[in-house]
Design a protein around this ligand. Structure first.
Ligand SMILES: NC(=O)c1ccc[n+]([C@@H]2O[C@H](COP(=O)([O-])OP(=O)(O)OC[C@H]3O[C@@H](n4cnc5c(N)ncnc54)[C@H](O)[C@@H]3O)[C@@H](O)[C@H]2O)c1
Length: 336
């Protein structure tokens, strides 16, 4: 029996993907999750589906281990989420980002090449449909000014060690298609929000700080713009690209949903005011505190998702108001 290998399946997006995939059904495949359980990985995210997948505790940079996983499970699909993903950490400790995001992606895709190809452009019999999907970010394109959007033809211009290492991994994946004929697809997505996100990221931080009666931190002036996508919508788009994307192509995933940090934090505070008012009657927005800006902070990201919409017939189904309500309700349960 062939298997789908999900790397980073204990993290935020990976665990949402695993849960959605198991609910949809595996179509006769086994599911293997490979994760080294860094501070960002939590197997509890997958507690409700324990026993329905195989878990391998290990590092994607461990060539012997990764090679063995391909052999033991006859892996013929890879959905590669595993990464160091927090920009702030990449500023204080870039080395681990180079190791995981670049060396780890290289190790994984090299194992896929060895398992699936007998020579460049010559697929091993039985692996004709084998496919490697690389999950990446819109941050590889750098920053936008007040107008314009990223598309699949935007030039790469990463500004943080995080985005630079993701850009490096995108180029490696691209090169394995052009050099060896490996069946790869890459997705570049905007900011995700939703359940099971690590508490270091913006939306969980706002809710945790609000409920803990702590300052709610906003970088700089709060005028940075992000294009927010509900995590399940991202997972659905990834599945669409895995199933129907054209080999060697990249697809940008977004929902045309731009918000300044000021606006999104204020919106979260308003939801909290309604759901769980402060005991002193003051609004949570009183806790907002502007802190020193992140070095090299990109001003604006915005995705034009026309390609995935027109070629693969995917549009994000969740409205931001529904997604945000659901998300805030989930974090209230987690942080209270
Ligand atoms: N979160 C976003 O808004 C966003 C947006 C676009 C793209 N992405 C990309 O999506 C992917 C997943 O992001 P996320 O937010 O779920 O990240 P996350 O930090 O929540 O999870 C990363 C997971 O990878 C695992 N991991 C880290 N290093 C590993 C290693 N060396 N070997 C094996 N496992 C390892 C961690 O334990 C964790 O489970 C990343 O590639 C990220 O670049 C994220």
């Amino acid at each position: 029996m062939n298997s789908i290998l999900v790397t980073g399946g204990a993290g935020f997006i990976g665990s949402n993907y695993v849960l959605d995939l198991l609910e949809k059904g595996l179509d006769g495949r086994r599911l293997v999750v490979l994760d080294s359980l860094t501070y960002a990985g939590d197997l509890d995210h997958l507690a409700t589906v324990a026993g329905k997948f195989d878990f391998v505790h290990g590092d994607i940079s461990d060539s012997a281990l990764v090679t063995q996983v391909f052999l033991d499970y006859s892996v013929d699909q890879v959905v590669h989420f595993a990464a160091e993903s927090h920009v702030d950490n990449s500023i204080s400790d870039p080395g681990i980002f180079v190791r995981t995001n670049i060396l780890g992606t290289y190790t994984l895709i090299e194992a896929a090449r060895n398992a699936w190809m007998v020579a460049p452009f010559k697929v091993r019999p039985g692996f004709e449909a084998a496919r490697f999907l690389h999950v990446s970010t819109d941050e590889v394109f750098g920053t936008l000014t007040a107008s314009g959007t990223f598309s699949e033809t935007s030039p790469y211009a990463p500004n943080s060690p995080y985005s630079a290492t993701k850009a490096g991994s995108d180029f490696l994946v691209r090169s394995f298609f052009h050099t060896y004929g490996l069946n790869v697809v890459t997705t570049n997505c905007s900011n995700n929000y939703g359940p099971r996100q690590h508490h270091e990221k913006l939306i969980p931080t706002v809710i945790r700080s609000a409920l803990g009666d702590l300052p709610i931190p906003i970088y700089g002036t709060g005028e940075n713009v992000r294009d927010w996508l509900f995590v399940s919508d991202h997972c659905q788009a990834i599945q669409r690209v895995l199933d129907s994307g054209v080999s060697g192509e990249t697809y940008l995933i977004g929902s045309r949903n731009e918000w300044t940090n000021n606006r999104i934090v204020t919106a979260i505070c308003k939801i909290l005011d309604e759901k769980i008012p402060r005991s002193d009657g003051r609004p949570y927005s009183d806790q907002i505190t502007y802190v020193a800006d992140r070095p090299g902070h990109d001003l604006r990201y915005a995705i034009d998702p026309s390609k995935i919409e027109s070629e693969l017939g995917w549009t994000a189904p969740t409205s931001f108001s529904d997604g945000l309500e659901l998300t805030v309700a989930g974090y209230i349960r987690r942080f209270q």
